[in-house]
Design a protein around this ligand. Structure first.
Ligand code: ARG
Ligand code: ASP
Length: 708
């Protein structure tokens, strides 16, 4: 934009400047624990101090909040290492211990003593023991470097820090960029690997409402499961061993059953995965108008086809349940995200904000224009990427082709030895366990036709161009996919290894070739360009981020989520999501009964719970209304990864377990709006009620420190 145009805009937008600065004290934010706004938190009611929340030198709350298995959060709630997280975070572990005879998913599981707790190979939790701002070490003197030089320098400097920072015997180090690369932080972590399953409610409580209620408020899910951390005799991290003992934590959270009320201060402590709050309007627009609709479109087709079969065939329902849930999770989120972006007029508001920035600092005009140009250039590639990624995973026959394809690649460099063969075979066996070929081949034909129509024509391999309609494509798959759609091939391998002849058979298989050609064309004609543009966008976004911080000094900045430990705080609150629609902040057991549909796969309720409800056998868990609270909402700014995070009250006690957000506010990853974005937590009173009344595991409650 030229200077004249900018000046004209400024004149027209003086009012915008005023309205933005009054908006400055906005809520939201995911703060690095060493940089929280203690004054504001105390003004909101917090009684503990910033040092109580994070202090590398002495026991503090972070010593009770490890990341759970890389993707979720958890918290220690007893002096014996008892660990609370969501049911959906422990799901794969619960599933791995389940069989027809011991169906813990269906019936729940409660250990009666330490010896009944179940080990989970591969599971781990990571505590953060220190957070150090190393920005000067990484960025000093890099201001005028070219992109290539910068990349190389950053890599060298980070390696240097990792090599030269002293660390404890069991500690690991990790460096993370913040504020789009304008800052760098070093994390010290302590990782425990003996994590045992202690208890879980049945799915009809832990996953109550399933996909229909997922992302939805009002909510009635008891989404929790319980584990325990084990350590060696010296209380140090150790691989699983029968000799290990319950871990004695430096700190554990007392569990409050006093209850919460509207406007109470809470903070959520955990490991949010990814947000993008500082993008230019053009990026929001592309997500809203192009990439989200494309993703939703592909998943619509997959989910519809799976669902049709799952409803009529029990075996398929079991095989596809977990795949369906994970595909449906983000499908539903993107739909909510788009509706929220539309309803809040997010793109227009972001454009106005850009004009406000330009009015205060004309240099940002150039940055925004560069970003606009890059996003426009990237748009067709970004769409190709969505279709390639979603379809090459959703057409499951292409996933098999992908696994075999990596076997071919390994075999072409080295012989595929027994170990390599075993890895491929295990991956395929795990895949076939939950696969239905007749369902998939029909769907794969549809997905391949969608791919043909949607990606740029030069991405299509010749053989795909020949498959001009769905029926042709299906017949072709039927004819050529036999060795892929059936485990026969791997079952018949001599000595369980791939011979040269086997590899040749795979190499000449038309479906594997189709996948390899699709991928090669995609990478060559679009994927590489997409990546190169993304590198440029990231570099300019770094500058744009710095300019935003320098220009709009009224605003409070927090770095986008990147799976590092964060604190977010807010108040217990309901919401006004649309004109005339307002939500209460609390749900009750009565609501579970209202939703109850006998025999339904999402809304059935265990008979024991119905009995307890009828007899009002609520013990100490009913509130002043005589009802048992189930879940509540607050204004804490959370995202994926915050599942299992503790919601902590003003005094440092656990009052809830975070597990979701309300649908109308899922746009919070791109555009947090304090009016409509709410996080959803299970009330600790419901967690304890279920442990005691359904699990009959009072020994666990006896371990905890209750605040009444
Ligand atoms: N929406 C929540 C989150 O993003 C919960 C997902 C698990 N539940 C489900 N029904 N798929 O992870
Ligand atoms: N359900 C999410 C999780 O698993 C939390 C969220 O996205 O709000 O982390």
């Amino acid at each position: 934009m030229n200077k004249y145009k900018i000046l004209k805009k400024i004149a027209g937008l003086a009012f915008v400047a005023i309205s933005f600065s009054t908006h400055a004290q906005q809520s939201g934010g995911m703060w690095i624990p060493t940089e929280i706004n203690e004054t504001e938190m105390k003004a909101m009611g917090m009684k503990v101090s910033a040092k109580d929340i994070f202090d590398p030198m002495k026991p503090s709350i972070e010593d009770a909040v490890p990341q759970f298995n890389g993707g979720c959060t958890s918290e220690i709630i007893s002096p014996n290492g008892l660990l609370l997280t969501n049911h959906h975070c422990g799901y794969s572990m619960i599933q791995s211990h389940s069989s027809v005879d011991h169906n813990y998913l269906k019936n729940g599981f409660w250990a009666k003593n330490y010896s009944e707790e179940l080990p989970n190979p591969g599971a781990h939790v990571a505590f953060i023991t220190d957070i150090i701002d190393i920005t000067p070490k990484i960025l000093t003197g890099t201001e005028n470097m070219s992109a290539a030089e910068l990349g190389k320098t950053l890599k060298e400097r980070m390696e240097d820090v990792l090599k030269n920072t002293p660390k404890g015997k069991f500690e690991e180090l990790e460096i993370k960029p913040m504020y789009a690369g304008n800052k760098y932080y070093l994390y010290k972590k302590l990782i425990f690997k003996d994590i045992r399953l202690v208890g879980t409610p049945p799915e009809s409580i832990g996953k109550f409402g399933s996909d229909t209620d997922n992302w939805v408020w009002p909510r009635h899910t008891g989404d929790f499961s319980i584990f325990r951390i084990y350590a060696n005799k010296n209380n140090e991290p150790a691989e699983y061993s029968a000799e290990n003992v319950p871990y004695k934590p430096k700190h554990f959270l007392p569990v409050s059953i006093k209850g919460i009320k509207e406007n109470d201060f809470t903070f959520v402590y955990g490991f949010p995965g990814r947000t993008n709050e500082y993008l230019p309007a053009i990026a929001l627009e592309k997500t809203l108008k192009e990439t989200n609709p494309a993703r939703i479109e592909v998943r619509d087709l997959i989910l519809k086809n799976w669902d049709e079969k799952m409803r009529t065939e029990e075996a398929i329902k079991i095989k596809y349940a977990s795949k369906y849930a994970s595909l449906a999770n983000y499908w539903k989120k993107w739909i909510g995200e788009n509706q929220g972006l539309e309803r809040s007029d997010a793109v227009k508001k972001r454009k106005d904000y850009e004009q406000f920035l330009i009015s205060k600092n004309p240099a940002t005009a150039k940055t925004i224009a560069e970003l606009e140009d890059l996003y426009q250039k990237q748009a067709p590639h970004a769409l190709n990427k969505v279709y390639f990624d979603e379809i090459s995973r959703g057409a499951e026959i292409l996933r098999v082709a992908n696994i075999y394809s990596s076997a071919i690649d390994v075999a072409s460099v080295n012989k595929l030895d027994a170990n390599g063969s075993k890895r491929v075979i295990n991956a395929l066996k795990a895949f076939y366990k939950d696969y239905d070929a007749s369902l998939d081949l029909k769907l794969s034909a549809k997905l391949l036709m969608m791919y043909s129509k949607k990606v740029s024509p030069d991405l299509l391999p010749e053989e795909l161009k020949l498959l001009s309609d769905e029926q042709k494509c299906y017949d072709w798959l039927q004819k050529n996919a036999a060795i892929l759609s059936d485990p026969e091939f791997i079952n018949n391998l001599k000595d369980g290894t791939f011979s040269a002849e086997n590899i040749n058979t795979l190499k000449s298989n038309p479906v594997i070739s189709l996948f390899r050609n699709m991928r090669a064309r995609y990478v060559e004609k679009s994927g590489n360009a997409n990546d190169a543009l993304q590198t440029q966008i990231d570099l300019i976004q770094k500058r744009y981020m710095a300019e935003q911080m320098k220009t709009d000094t009224q605003k409070k900045y927090f770095p986008d989520a990147n799976s590092t430990l964060r604190v977010t705080y807010g108040r217990v609150k309901g919401s006004n999501v649309r004109d005339g629609v307002s939500y209460h902040y609390q749900t009750y057991l009565d609501g579970v009964m209202e939703k109850y549909k006998p025999g339904d796969y999402e809304f059935d309720v265990p008979v024991e719970l119905i009995e307890i409800y009828k007899n009002k056998d609520f013990g100490q868990y009913a509130d002043h209304t005589g009802r048992v609270p189930v879940a509540f909402t607050a204004t804490n700014h959370t995202t994926g990864g915050n599942s299992g995070s503790p919601a902590i009250d003003a005094k440092g006690n656990l009052v809830g377990l975070n597990f979701d957000r309300q649908w109308e506010g899922t746009m919070s990853d791109l555009n947090y709006d304090p009016e409509i974005c709410r996080n959803i937590m299970v009330d600790t009173r419901y967690v304890l009620f279920i442990i005691e009344k359904i699990g009959k595991a009072t020994w666990l409650i006896d371990e905890m420190k209750l605040v009444k």
